[in-house]
Design a binder for this molecule. Structure first.
Ligand code: TYD
Length: 349
C-alpha cells in the first residue's frame, strides 16, 4: 500500500461486474484511497476484470467468503470503510436453488455489520437492488415505499437491506444503502440478458425471450451506477436509502430488437420461451434523493447500449472462455434453457 493512501476501504465482491468497475473508478478518482478487494471467486468472479491494476500499489486482493464470520472479522479489522457489493445475483439461479443466496446475501451482510461494529468502521454501504420493491404497473417507487420482493434472490437482498437500514443503526453502525436498477456494460457475466443475447446473436444462436417479452426493466450503465454508489458513500446520511436508476426503461422485446439492430442480425433469432416463475412485470424507481446529492447519469442508453454491444463483439475471447470452457456455465445453461428452447422449437410455450 502506498504511503500516500489515507483511508483503506474494503470492497466485497470486487472481482464481479459491478465491484470491479467500482474499484477501478474509485482508485482512478481518489488518490487518498487504498482498496482491499475481498472476493470468494465464485462462478462469476473473475480477476481479469481488474487486470489494469496489476501494478497498482493501493490495491490488494484477498480471497474469502462473506459468509465466513471469522474471516470477515479479520479482514474488516483496520479498514476505515466497507462497500459491500458481493452477492449471488441471478434470479433464474435462485429459482433453481436458493440456499447460496441466503448464505452470501443475507448472512454475509449480517457478518459484515457485526464485524463493522466490533472494529469501529466509520461507514458501511450495502449495494442493494430495485428488486426489493417488487413489481408495479404504473408510477415508480421512492425509498419510503414498503418492500415486496418475490424471488429467493430479491428476498435474500431485502433481508440484507433491512439489516442495513434497521439493525445496523440500532447497534451504532453507520450504514447507507443504494438500490440500483438493472445494470449493463462491459464484463457482465454472460448469463444476464444483455451479454447472453449479444453473444448468442453473434453466433446466430436463438435469443430465449421469456413469456411475452413485455416486461419492463430500467437500464443503467455500470459506471453511472458506480458513481451513484460513490456519491451515496461520500454524501449519504447514515441509515438512509438511495435509489440509483436512469431515465431509460424499456420492454425486453424492444431491448432485444435494439441489440439485433446494432449487430445487423435478423429478428428470426428471437425465441419466445417459457416464462420465468413469478416474473416481475415492471421495475421502476425514482432516483431523486441521490440526484439531490449532486449525482446524475452521464450515459444515454442508445449510446451506452451500442458501446456495450460492440464491446462484447470485440472481446469475444473473454465471454467465450466462460460460455464454451466453463463446465459450470454449460451445466447451468442446459438446466435452465434446454427444455425451454426445445418447447419453443416445437411451437409450444
Ligand atoms: P436479467 O438480466 O436476468 O435481470 P433481472 O432478472 O435481475 O431483471 O433479466 C432481465 C430481463 O430479461 C428479465 O425481465 C428477464 C428477461 N430475460 C429473458 O427474457 N431471457 C433470458 O434468457 C434472461 C436471462 C432474461
Amino acid at each position: 500500500m502506498s504511503p500516500r493512501a489515507k483511508r483503506t476501504i474494503l470492497v466485497t465482491g470486487g472481482a464481479g461486474f459491478i465491484g470491479s468497475c467500482l474499484i477501478k473508478l474509485w482508485l482512478r478518482t481518489d488518490p487518498d484511497v487504498s482498496i482491499i478487494n475481498y472476493d470468494k471467486l465464485t462462478y462469476c468472479g473473475d480477476l481479469s476484470r481488474l487486470k489494469e491494476l496489476r501494478a497498482e500499489r493501493r490495491y490488494r486482493f484477498v480471497r474469502g467468503d462473506v459468509a465466513d464470520a471469522a474471516a470477515v472479522e479479520r479482514i474488516v479489522r483496520g479498514c476505515d470503510g466497507i462497500v459491500h457489493v458481493a452477492a449471488e445475483t441471478h434470479v433464474d439461479r435462485s429459482l433453481l436453488e436458493g440456499r447460496a443466496f441466503f448464505e452470501a446475501n443475507t448472512i454475509g451482510t449480517y457478518n459484515l455489520i457485526e464485524a463493522a461494529r466490533r472494529s469501529g468502521v466509520r461507514r458501511m454501504l450495502l449495494v442493494s437492488t430495485d428488486e426489493v420493491y417488487g413489481s408495479r404497473d404504473k408510477g415508480s417507487f421512492t425509498e419510503r415505499d414498503p418492500l415486496n420482493p418475490t424471488s429467493p434472490y430479491s428476498i435474500s437482498k431485502a433481508a440484507a437491506d433491512l439489516l442495513a437500514t434497521r439493525y445496523a443503526g440500532s447497534i451504532g453502525v453507520d450504514c447507507v444503502v443504494t438500490r440500483g436498477s438493472n445494470t449493463y456494460g462491459p464484463y457482465q457475466y454472460p448469463e444476464k440478458v444483455i451479454p447472453l443475447f449479444v453473444s448468442n446473436a453473434l453466433h446466430d444462436r436463438p435469443l430465449p425471450l421469456y413469456g411475452d417479452g413485455r416486461q419492463v426493466r430500467n437500464w443503467i450503465h455500470v459506471e453511472d451506477h458506480c458513481r451513484g454508489i460513490l456519491t451515496a458513500y461520500r454524501k449519504g446520511k447514515a441509515g438512509e436509502v438511495y435509489n440509483v436508476s436512469s431515465p431509460d426503461s424499456l420492454r425486453n422485446i424492444d431491448l432485444t430488437r435494439r441489440i439485433l439492430r446494432i449487430l445487423g442480425k435478423p429478428e428470426t433469432l428471437v425465441r419466445r420461451v417459457t416464462d420465468r416463475i413469478g416474473h416481475d412485470r415492471r421495475y421502476a424507481i425514482r432516483p431523486d434523493k441521490l440526484r439531490a446529492l449532486g449525482w446524475r447519469t452521464r450515459r444515454a442508453f442508445p449510446e451506452g447500449l451500442r458501446e456495450t454491444v460492440l464491446w462484447y463483439r470485440d472481446h469475444e475471447a473473454w465471454w467465450r472462455r466462460i460460455k464454451e470452457k466453463s463446465e459450470e456455465f454449460k451445466r447451468y445453461y442446459a438446466r435452465a434453457y434446454a427444455g425451454r428452447l426445445m418447447k419453443a422449437a416445437q411451437g409450444g410455450r
